[in-house]
Design a protein around this ligand. Structure first.
Ligand code: AMP
Length: 937
């Protein structure tokens, strides 16, 4: 049994296609004016025959007759018409308007030429449009094409004409195709089947076959011809044609399957009997449940699954920063449970996210036909911020040394600290004791020596890190043994030996230290620029034994020796420059990549020394590397190396994606939480503590000299000697000739160049102010001279808007006139740590708080309670520009002051718009205080 789909035999088609010229067409029209050029219009890319005499008379009867079409063996003839039809309502002032036309035919045995008799024709049907077009569609160039097919027959004569009768419509006939169907001669399985023209399209037509030569008939071969449109038959067999499944239609030449409608598809493995389907719509109602650094995402099944059951979900994770489109794909560390793609359930758990970080998750639904659909992603998104989380577990522990009764261990910081690690807890016990008694030690460093252990004993040890969020997970149990009592000497003897050895080592060490100190002192005294020198004990702190001390590269006779002592020489071929990211004093700053042999490629910043430099410029340029190369701290920009043996000379450092802190804050004005800002400040303070411990005085600490990476980690940068101040556009010459960034510099450093870590603390206070005001310029547009004068008289910057009182107090403490009263960086770090641990302490803003609990000092050096009335204040304000903004004034009544107009501000010397808003806000605050009597701010 076979079923053969009939093929279409065209008798005539595309009568008005673009190739047919008017002459070739040869159709006749009645009333007989012929098919004129006016009747052919262009609609989009198609030519069409147009009837549109709606304005002429109310009785229209226009005919268009085709050429004579021979019938051949056709019995049933199919006529397919494509046309557009104008909506009558959209035509103004019509006399007659119909939205249909008629299709007629006439059978003849021969071509009658131009003889045309209307009444000889038989009507096939009235043709109406499914869609008519309006004036607006014409304007938008929308072509609403209708397709209608009509069946005529059975026919008996040799040929026929078709005719179109227009009775007053506005119709453009675009294409006419005339065809019949036949199952052509075919040979299947040694049986031949003749040409068969089905008489009836509705049912199966049986075709009898005969055997091919030299074959024997067992049963008469049979075949079936015809499936009517909309039906198909996928395989041979005496079964009926099946109706096309939903969202499919038959290809008219083939009926073994049905094709999918537009925007519907069939997956490769879908049977032809299956409905065509489409991609699902987006998942709905995504909800998130955050638990520290993990999140559970749940969503609802899409409203439209596209007609399939095989819907799966994919989750895309993006890490986001405030601001428009500031997202990038999450790094590999983030894990999805059970997985990120191909999810069959409507939930996923995402773990190992970073704490305090914004993420966006896009959940898309897909099914097996999604890949065939146009690439419009259907997804639902949810944005979350992770909470503070305890650190992850310590995983790498190393045994450095063991002896009879001690062991030295070191370990690596947990992979995800999720904050600042305050300390580590080391718990250990004898293995035999099974944790019934144990010892706990705390260490700030990532190493510890356990003393007082029993010889030849097995111990177990666990380490866990602690941050403000609490303890992290414990490491796995680490087993170690102390050395056995194998020495033959008695313990008394061994002690004697130990003392003797230690004394010898101590004497040698002492000699070395004395030698270094003396030689350095000699070199130091030889220096020609004592003013420019970094004091080895710059901040007056006693150097802690064991802490490295900064070595001034200028103390080297040959500065290039210093570079090679502290900086690694890199091969230029390992460096790829990508683009310019900034301009330094000596040349461009570029971003690029560094690939060292057997190391992973990393992103780097590359500072170049522009061509034509002098020897001094080269020395100064490289001095930054000599300084930076001595530091190793997470909040100090890390030097990767230098290129000095080829040109251009380069300094290669780690890459800080977000550039300088001042610009970064201005770009993200008011977009961070106070905790995030304090986190950044804590980093800067920690870097500065390290520098001051090393004996390095920065002298140019300012937000513009802090760099920010993609994790919001702030790192101190811009190290140099003379260039520190030469390079900085903020630096101005003082009366004593030196160049100093006035607004950031402590008064004693401006007055008599007393640069110490305490003057760096003053600058840190200004950075604190810059950060809390999102990159506002300190003292706004005041002149340097006015700043020096105001500060000298005891006036200080007012609190930035919404600045927590505790932070403003810290600023005031950093701006103590007497440098001995300023906090040390170590104290600043610990204050900020406390604030991070206790975020509620940041809730009271300086503008609403009474004076906060004193952190370090009682008050600023100014007598800030001396003005009590409005009159006093205005009086004093007249004598000093911006006095209002910088003094800690209190008032008995400030109603009037809060309403101070711009004019009034002008009177007191404040002419710019920027600070005025802030002044009003700080003055309005005073009004609140005044209800409880004068309160110093
Ligand atoms: P500097 O000469 O150090 O002041 O650098 C000039 C500019 O180059 C800075 O303001 C930054 O915008 C950019 N820059 C310097 N170092 C880096 C770095 N390590 N990563 C990214 N950008 C940097």
């Amino acid at each position: 049994d076979y079923c053969l789909a009939p093929v279409l035999i065209y008798l005539s088609f595309n009568l008005l296609d673009s190739k047919a010229s008017q002459g070739e067409l040869g159709w006749i029209s009645s009333p007989s004016h012929g098919v004129s050029a006016a009747d052919l219009i262009h609609i989009s890319y198609l030519r069409a025959h147009l009837f549109c005499r709606v304005m002429n008379s109310s009785h229209q009867n226009n005919w268009l007759r085709t050429n004579w079409i021979p019938r051949y063996s056709a019995q049933k003839i199919y006529v397919e018409l494509k046309f557009t039809l104008r909506d009558c309502n959209s035509i103004p002032m019509v006399l007659t308007c119909k939205e249909t036309f008629n299709l007629h035919y006439l059978e003849t045995d021969e071509d009658q030429g131009s003889k045309f008799r209307e009444h000889q024709f038989s009507k096939i049907d009235t043709i109406a449009a499914d869609e008519s077009f309006t004036q607006m569609d014409l304007g938008d160039r929308i072509l609403k094409l209708n397709t209608e097919v009509r069946e005529v027959g059975p026919m008996t004569k040799k040929g026929f004409y078709l005719a179109f009768q227009d009775v007053g419509a506005c119709v453009a006939l675009v294409s006419v195709r005339v065809y019949f169907k036949k199952c052509p001669f075919t040979v299947r399985n040694l049986a031949m089947f003749p040409d068969t023209v089905p008489t009836d399209s509705q049912s199966l037509v049986e075709v009898r076959g005969s055997c091919v030569n030299n074959s024997r008939e067992e049963d008469q071969p049979k075949m079936y011809c015809t499936c009517r449109p909309g039906f198909y038959k996928a395989s041979s067999g005496n079964v009926k044609c099946s109706k096309c499944p939903p969202h499919s239609y038959t290809h008219q030449e083939e009926a073994v399957h049905c094709d999918c409608e537009r925007n519907y598809f069939r997956a490769e493995e879908d049977p032809v009997s299956m409905a065509c389907s489409r991609p699902p719509s987006a998942p709905r109602n995504v909800i998130s449940a955050i638990n520290e650094t993990s999140v559970i995402l749940d969503w609802n099944w899409p409203a439209d699954s596209g007609g399939r059951k095989d819907v799966i979900f994919n989750v895309v994770c993006k890490r986001c920063w405030p601001g428009p489109r500031q997202c990038e794909p999450c790094l590999g560390a983030v894990r999805f449970l059970p997985r990120a793609t191909g999810l069959t359930n409507t939930t996923v758990t995402v773990v190992d996210l970073l704490a305090h970080t914004n993420y966006t998750f896009e959940i898309e639904a897909q099914n097996r036909v999604s890949s065939q659909a146009p690439t419009i992603r259907q997804y639902a998104a949810v944005t979350i911020t992770t909470n503070q989380a305890a650190p992850s577990a310590v995983t790498v522990i190393r045994k450095d040394r063991t002896s009879r009764n001690s062991i030295s261990l070191s370990w690596m910081e947990p992979e995800r600290p999720n904050g600042i690690i305050l300390d580590y807890e080391v718990k250990y016990y004898e293995k035999q004791e099974q944790e019934t008694s144990y010892t706990i030690l705390r260490s700030k460093a990532t190493n510890v020596t356990l003393n007082g252990l029993k010889p030849d004993t097995t111990y177990l040890l666990q380490i866990r890190a602690r941050t403000a969020a609490g303890y992290g997970g414990s490491s796995r149990k680490f087993e170690f043994e102390t050395s056995p009592d194998s020495f033959s000497i008695s313990s008394e003897n061994s002690q004697v030996v130990l003392i003797a050895v230690s004394s010898a080592v101590a004497i040698i060490l002492l000699a070395v230290v004395i030698y270094i100190v003396i030689s350095r002192f000699c070199r130091y005294s030889k220096s020609k620029h004592p003013d420019e020198k970094r004091l080895p004990f710059g901040n007056g702190h006693l150097r802690l034994p064991g802490i490295k001390t900064y070595v001034d590269p200028h103390t080297y006779e040959d500065p290039s020796q210093a570079v090679h002592e502290f900086a690694k020489e890199l091969e230029a071929s390992c460096i790829a420059i990508d683009k310019v990211v900034g301009a330094g004093e000596f040349g461009e700053v570029c971003s690029g990549r560094l690939k060292l042999p057997s190391k992973k490629e990393i992103c780097v910043a590359i500072k170049t020394l522009k061509a034509g430099y002098t020897e001094k410029q080269r020395r100064d340029f490289l001095s930054e590397a000599s300084i930076m190369g001595q530091f190793d701290h997470p909040n100090i920009i890390r030097l990767e190396g230098v290129v000095t043996r080829s040109k251009p000379v380069m300094i290669v450092t780690e890459y800080m994606e977000n550039g300088s802190l001042d610009g970064f804050l201005r770009k993200h004005d008011a977009q961070f939480t106070v905790i995030q800002l304090v986190g950044m400040l804590r980093g800067i303070a920690s870097g500065m503590k390290y520098l001051s411990d090393m004996g390095y005085v920065h002298r140019d600490l300012a937000a513009r000299n802090i760099l920010v990476n993609s994790n919001l980690v702030c790192k101190v940068s811009d190290f140099g000697l003379s260039r520190v101040l030469e390079d900085d556009p903020e630096a101005a010459y003082t009366t004593r000739g030196g160049k100093i960034p006035i607004r950031w510099t402590a008064p004693e450093a401006i007055a008599y160049r007393k640069f110490t870590s305490a003057s760096d603390v003053w600058s840190y206070g200004i950075v604190l102010w810059e950060v809390m005001s999102y990159g506002e310029r300190p003292y706004w547009e005041m002149s340097n001279q006015d700043v020096i004068k105001a500060v000298d008289e005891g006036y200080r910057l007012p609190p930035p808007m919404e600045c927590p009182a505790t932070l403003y107090q810290l600023m005031l403490d950093c701006w103590q006139k007497d440098r001995n009263n300023r906090p040390k960086f170590e104290q600043i770090v610990s204050i900020l740590d406390k604030l991070i641990r206790n975020p509620s302490s940041l809730k009271i803003t300086a503008s609403t708080a009474s004076r906060p609990v004193n952190l370090l000092l009682d008050r600023t050096s100014t007598d800030i309670t001396s003005f009590h009335t409005m009159g006093d204040w205005l009086e004093s304000a007249r004598t000093l520009p911006c006095k209002d903004a910088f003094s800690g004034v209190s008032y008995s009544s400030c109603d009037t002051l809060a309403k101070t107009s711009a004019e009034d501000f002008k009177k007191v010397g404040v002419t710019i718009v920027g600070p005025q808003k802030k002044i009003v806000s700080s003055l309005t605050t005073l009004e609140t205080h005044s209800k409880n009597g004068p309160v110093p701010v």
